[in-house]
Design a protein. Sequence first.
Length: 290
Amino acid sequence: MLDRVLVTLDGKVHDAERPFLYADDLAALRGDGVFETVLVRAGRACAIELHLGRLKFSAEAIELPGPDLGVWRSAVERAAAEWGAEQEGMMRLVLSRGRESGGPQTGYVLVGPVTDRVVAARRDGISAMTLTRGHSIELGQSAPWQLLGAKTLSYATNMAAQRFAERCGADDVIFISSEGRVLEGPTATVVMVKGKRMVTPPPKFGILSGTTQRALFEVAGMSGYDCAYAPLFPADLITADGLWLVSSVRLAARVHTLDGLTLPVVADGAEFAALVDRAVVEVGRSRNEV
Ligand code: PLP
């Protein structure tokens, strides 16, 4: 079974065990690029059109010309086919400004295995802690150069927040703004369920527009849920029927404990997880849809 698959934008499959990037690639030196993380299931890249759309949005935000989505689509299909249908994969689409010394952008698709930790989070849920992100919900609009809605390669602080949570005995993080509004996780979107209502914080609060949450809202909306973008306070999370962190590869991770408090299990977790599963397989498959 393959451990990694690496495909460049010319469609060439590379040996992923060999060195690949130049030492002066701006992804390595500055985190100056954008990326997407995509679930590969049954040999297909899930919700790929939503991911390609966001890749383009993120590239525009950092003034990277292109990307040519047709070329990316082909590389993604090639990588998913190489990976095969036997096991799920975690696919990354990486686009950097290229070498500091000049030349073309760097772009590639890399697929690797889904970790046991991800599988456990889907099955058992997770504990989370709230952490301040140290800025206002206004920052995205007042300081667009902060690139808050773009998925750039600069993820060091997100990873630091997760390590901090681990040191405190929690599995993951929910960021809170300086006014005390719920924002997002370091790698996931917050979705709260209350009765037949699903709520997520609005992207204009300076958070990433999640592909999984968007696909979920489309499917849940057709299954009788009222889906809304609205401000949330930590107290809303504690009194929810179900609190979830949703993202492309981990899919639906139920938050069973928040800041040490065991949350009530009111909403049917299996139903929510099934909606997310369906959503990422059915939504964003074809170009005409988005
Ligand atoms: N928010 C942040 C900061 C993320 O990094 C991610 C995904 O990596 C998400 C939300 C969820 O986005 P998606 O559902 O597209 O994976």
